[in-house]
Write a protein that binds this ligand. Structure first.
Ligand code: SAM
Length: 334
């Protein structure tokens, strides 16, 4: 990875956009109760999913405009065949300096080495319970052991830090906050607690199930006083702390109680080729149809600019809890 658009793109609110999250598939090997409705979601047809060549073309064009950071997500990115090859090609794109991946960890044990070799710099693993039965219930059938093996393999492969994303939900897993936080005492993990957002399995979401970051923090008070840690460039809106003498770090990400849209520096690309300027807005710009109709790179640039222009100043979810989004997180790319 070399070079880099130092400037990034400026949106209407003067935010410098350098970060692209790409959902490479809408398919997932878990069906988490809060992410997907029980009946599942209709899959995007294979022909409608961007090919790796199409994804790489978009990344090349956007790197030329100042995108330096790419995160692969899904769905579950590791279920798409050839993902390490995609990573390798993306790592070679001029301007891409930081390549990361978000996964549920189920397939990580067998893939950690090749992903690291291919050029994934950092890895985030989503994990919402450390109890095997509960994990199975939350994920509708997943095996916790596979994820724990994946975490070990990621450590052995040299990923550092390994970030764990936990969504505490009242009555579901909020009694495990302390246990998750305590993991950081011996392991160099970044355990990040993310507030439950009103997107995904909407039937399940209601305000009373949201455990605010302040509450999460309170429920780990027994472990000792948290010391503030300075955030790194890739920590985004997470506020970071450390337990006394701990190897790892605890992070709080508070989309509901801390309005951090002013710091948002990202765009999202869905598996079916739409640029989505804000997680909480269904406004999207289609890149796939023009590309398949033979458009030029200049046209893609213009469409990226249009997406930037439509990036809202704020997500407005506090006012719009009742809103229904067209896509679940599995179809946007969390
Ligand atoms: N399959 C990958 C994984 O599990 O990390 C990537 C996709 S998953 C949709 C990305 C992240 O979105 C996960 O960390 C998940 O916990 C989070 N997520 C899904 N629905 C959410 C919600 N309603 N509120 C907060 N986070 C959510």
């Amino acid at each position: 990875m070399k070079g880099g658009g130092l400037k990034g793109m400026l949106d209407r609110a003067n935010r410098r956009i350098r970060y692209l999250r790409i959902s490479i598939t809408d398919r997932c090997n878990l069906r988490c109760v809060y992410c997907m409705p029980e009946e599942g979601v209709p899959h995007i047809g294979h022909a409608e999913v961007l090919s790796y060549e199409e994804i790489l073309r978009i990344v090349r064009v956007m790197a030329g405009k100042g995108i330096t950071k790419v995160r692969l997500t899904g769905g579950e990115p590791l279920v798409r065949r050839g993902v390490a090859g995609l990573v390798r090609d993306m790592a070679a794109v001029d301007g891409i300096q930081d390549l990361s991946l978000t996964t549920n960890g189920v397939l990580l044990a067998s893939m950690a080495d090749e992903l690291r070799d291919a050029g994934v710099g950092r890895i985030n693993v989503s994990l919402d319970s450390l109890d095997p039965d509960r994990f199975r219930r939350i994920t509708r059938g997943g095996e916790l052991r596979a994820v724990l093996d994946g975490l070990d393999a990621a450590g052995e492969a040299g990923f550092s830090p390994i970030k764990l994303n936990v969504v505490p939900i009242r009555g579901l897993n909020d009694d495990e906050v302390e246990r998750f936080a305590a993991l950081t005492i011996d392991k160099p993990y970044h355990v990040r607690f993310i507030e439950f957002m009103p997107i995904g399995a909407r039937a399940m979401w209601d305000e009373s199930k949201v455990v605010s970051s302040a509450e999460v923090r309170e429920s780990m008070a027994g472990l000792g006083a948290l010391e503030a840690v300075e955030s790194g460039v890739d920590d985004g809106p997470a506020l970071l702390y450390r337990l006394p003498g701990a190897a790892g770090v605890i992070g709080f990400i508070s989309p509901l109680t801390d309005h951090f849209c002013g710091l948002c520096n990202r765009l999202r690309l869905t598996a079916d080729g739409r640029l989505r300027p804000c997680l909480f807005s269904d406004d999207e710009v289609d890149l796939k149809a023009p590309m398949r109709a033979g458009c030029t790179d200049e046209r893609i640039c213009a469409l990226v600019d249009a997406a930037l222009d439509s990036k809202p100043d704020g997500h407005g979810i506090a006012a719009g809890y009742k809103k229904k989004y067209k896509r679940t997180m599995s179809r946007i790319g969390g």
